[in-house]
Design a binder for this molecule. Structure first.
Ligand code: NAI
Length: 715
């Protein structure tokens, strides 16, 4: 796990070996302890280089070991003994030095990095803090403000930035180990007292209290209920105000609190869930590792509205040539201008040339004859989409994958328009598509595993987190979301206000409450869909439709032209159309009062707990139904969709993980309670998978797949 050799006569070389990222497992830590001792005892050795095999220094702690009880040598004394060593210790950083990996490097006396290496302390993203001295050494090395930035955000820095900050001593474009060995030879025998970071005083900050107050406020605002970023600030404060050993004690205390918190468990679950969704499987048994994707060299996007623009930009940024087709001339011209700007902005951020020549613009669908894959993003209108698919099927070469970005229409109906329905899948991106990480890949009953594999691979190439899901109205994300927004409207009918509901949701950790979100995306979108479904009928305000409770509030606002931010009025009031700052609107409160009076509803006081339960539990219940129906393969799929597509706070894991944290029994009991109180809302009835899980003792979320498998095999 750590190999020792002697090179260039007097340099001891320790190579960490634990593929794929040389994580610091118990065996690796033991290997380091043993090899360091060997190097220090070897009289021929004058200096030591620590590197990692296969071009990666070290990806940090072995997250898999977090669940087990600690074994092997602990990290802190190991790093401390490296720092105390009497021979120069040089870290040769290739690939990445993250978390414990960077802490190990900070224990060394010198750090040499390859120009392509990335460094960081991302513990905060797992609900933790850098607790092997990272929170104490980094501020001493690079100063408090820079350390606060890195530790509270977990962001990775390039080798160039690391050099500028003073984290590394040298950056090389050549072989890192060779450069480190040369460096080690040059510093052999030199005094080391000035190289031990733990002995440095923390650089003085003029107004420490003001700095920490300011940072704490910022962190509280952006962390939205997450405790790890706050603990990170407290740990850095300890570095700035206490001697090293006392700071280490504080680091340990803070870590102990985080380590046992539900938030760390949720974040670690989510970390593994992101990896689990890549290992997709379809109900037919087809899977990620037995399905070969088709080659995709050239792609097309049809429809350059909000979504098409973002999708085409993301494809070009992934290096793919994209042909775009837009029916309206004016829209085409505008899209060209907007997309060029998007590409330029993106390129500037990434320090590369804008891939403007990757995108070609056309108004003629015939130009799509030679592409390997098309993503359709025309209006959400089934008849129009069917027409487009019929045309695409005639125009495109055989074997072209035809994908739709529909938010929830039946993918199979579109497939039936084509010669090769097995080559049709949904690729459901989220707005803005060049920014949002999530992609739902929707397979219909006839989609081939190869088509799914191709869409999943393309998503990966675009830097998306792709989740394969089955075909049903709204797929996974929007199917669950519908109940959330509907419950929010019911709460208004019963006495709540948009502000009250949004505040509860935002305090829970969503970046935006349900009504603020609705104003941002536009109330008219849902209204159009409801009108098409004949659910919304202008002028009608009945509260029971199709035999169940219905809230016409959104429709009534749309009838008044209140579409949200774009019209300057929606659930809130805006200073002008397009403005983003929502103000509570007395008109709306009066409107709600009149509405309640008209329907004989008596407003009651609704507390935060009811708001959360009413909005979140029906969604969770629908999540169980989705699992039961086999639309999602496991709870991880739903949770990843919600965290990356809908702003579910990551430190709560996702809706299904959250349910397991709250306790399935409690979720079941509350759903039963609300179903009794609202029997005209059928989806409040707890689903049988939830009942089943409670009946067998509420197993942990990681075991649900087995229960679902058994449930399906019994059907
Ligand atoms: P949009 O209304 O902004 O743009 C649609 C574009 O398609 C327009 O530019 C229109 O001129 C063009 N178009 C219509 N018929 C065409 C044809 N036959 N050939 C070429 N172009 C044609 O719509 P948006 O919001 O971009 O939505 C597109 C699709 O993406 C819809 O299916 C929608 O449900 C879905 N979607 C939308 C999201 C959103 O937040 N806006 C999120 C995820 C999916």
């Amino acid at each position: 796990m750590a190999q020792y050799s002697r090179i260039s006569g007097s340099v001891g070389l320790i190579t960490l070996k634990n593929p794929p990222v040389n994580a610091l497992s118990a065996a690796v830590r033991q290997g380091i302890v043993d090899t360091v001792e060997k190097a220090l005892c070897d009289p021929q050795v004058k200096s030591v280089v620590i590197c990692g095999q296969d071009g990666v220094f070290c990806g940090g702690a072995d997250v898999k070991e977090f669940e087990k009880s600690m074994s092997g040598p602990p990290l802190i004394p190991m790093i401390h003994s490296i720092e105390c060593a009497t021979k120069p210790m040089v870290a040769a950083i290739e690939g990445s030095a993250l978390g414990g990996g960077l802490e190990l490097a900070l224990g060394c006396h010198y750090r040499i990095a390859h120009s392509k290496a990335r460094l960081g302390l991302p513990e905060v993203t797992l609900g933790l803090l850098p607790a092997a001295g990272g929170s104490q050494r980094l501020p001493r090395l690079i100063g408090v403000p820079a350390a606060l930035d890195l530790i509270t955000t977990g962001r990775h820095v390039t080798a160039a930035e690391a050099l500028q900050l003073g984290i590394v001593d040298q950056v090389t474009d050549h072989k890192t180990v060779d450069a480190a060995v040369k460096f080690a030879l040059s510093v052999a025998g030199k005094p080391l007292d000035a190289r031990r970071i733990s002995t440095y005083p923390c650089p003085v900050v003029t107004d420490l209290d003001a700095l920490f107050e300011d940072v704490m406020q910022k962190v509280r605002q952006s962390a939205r209920g997450a405790i790890a970023p706050i603990a990170c600030v407290q740990a850095v404060r300890a570095a700035a105000t206490l001697p090293y050993t006392r700071g280490m004690e504080r680091e340990k205390e803070l870590m102990a609190t985080l380590f046992t918190s539900g938030q760390a468990r949720a974040l670690q679950y989510n970390f593994f869930a992101q990896r689990a969704v890549g290992k997709w499987r379809m109900p037919s048994g087809a899977r990620w590792d037995t399905s070969t994707p088709r080659p995709v060299h050239k792609v097309a996007v049809i429809g350059l509205g909000t979504m098409g623009r973002g999708i085409a930009v993301a494809l070009a940024q992934a290096g793919l040539p994209v042909v775009t087709v837009e029916a309206q001339e004016k829209q085409l011209m505008e899209a060209k201008r907007v997309m060029s700007d998007m590409l330029k902005r993106g390129a500037k951020r990434r320090g590369v040339a804008p891939p403007l020549d990757k995108i070609s613009y056309s108004s003629n669908i015939q130009d799509l004859a030679d592409v390997d894959l098309v993503i359709e993003a025309v209006f959400e209108d089934m008849d129009l989409k069917k027409k487009v698919f019929l045309q695409l099927s005639a125009v495109c070469k055989p074997g072209t994958l035809l994908c739709t970005n529909t938010s929830g229409l039946d993918v199979d109906q579109l497939a039936s328009q084509t010669r090769n329905p097995e080559l049709v899948v949904g690729m459901h991106f989220f707005a803005p598509a060049h920014v949002m990480k999530l992609l739902e890949v929707v397979y219909g009953p006839r989609s081939s595993p190869q088509a799914v594999a191709t869409a999943m691979q393309l998503g990966k190439k675009m830097g998306k987190i792709s989740v394969a899901v089955g075909n049903c109205r709204g797929f996974v994300g929007n199917r669950m979301l519908k109940l959330y927004t509907e419950q929010a409207s019911f709460l208004l009918e019963e006495g709540a206000t948009p502000d009250l509901v949004d505040r509860a949701i935002e305090e829970f950790g969503f970046p935006m409450g349900v009504f603020r979100m609705s104003d941002l995306s536009g109330l008219d979108i849902g209204w159009r869909v409801r009108k098409e479904m004949k659910l919304a009928v202008p002028g009608q305000s009945a509260r029971i439709r199709e035999g169940r409770r219905y809230s016409p509030l959104g429709d009534l606002l749309c009838e008044q032209g209140r579409f949200g931010q774009k019209t300057g009025r929606g659930w809130y009031r805006y200073n002008k159309p397009g403005d983003r700052v929502a103000h509570s609107d007395p008109w709306l409160h009066h409107f709600l009062e009149e509405y309640r009076a008209q329907h004989g509803l008596v407003a009651r006081r609704i507390d935060q707990q009811e708001i959360l339960e009413r909005c979140l539990y029906p969604m969770i219940n629908e999540g169980f139904r989705i699992l039961q129906d086999g639309i999602a393969a496991g709870p991880e799929d739903i949770d990843v969709i919600y965290v990356f597509g809908y702003g579910w706070p990551r430190h709560c894991g996702g809706p299904m993980f959250y349910a397991s944290m709250v306790g399935l029994e409690k979720v079941l009991e509350r759903l039963e309670h609300y179903y009794q109180a609202h029997p005209d809302v059928p989806y409040l009835q707890p689903c049988s998978l939830l009942r089943r899980l409670v009946a067998i003792g509420s197993p942990p979320v990681q075991k649900w797949r087995e229960v679902i498998k058994n449930l399906h095999s019994q059907l």
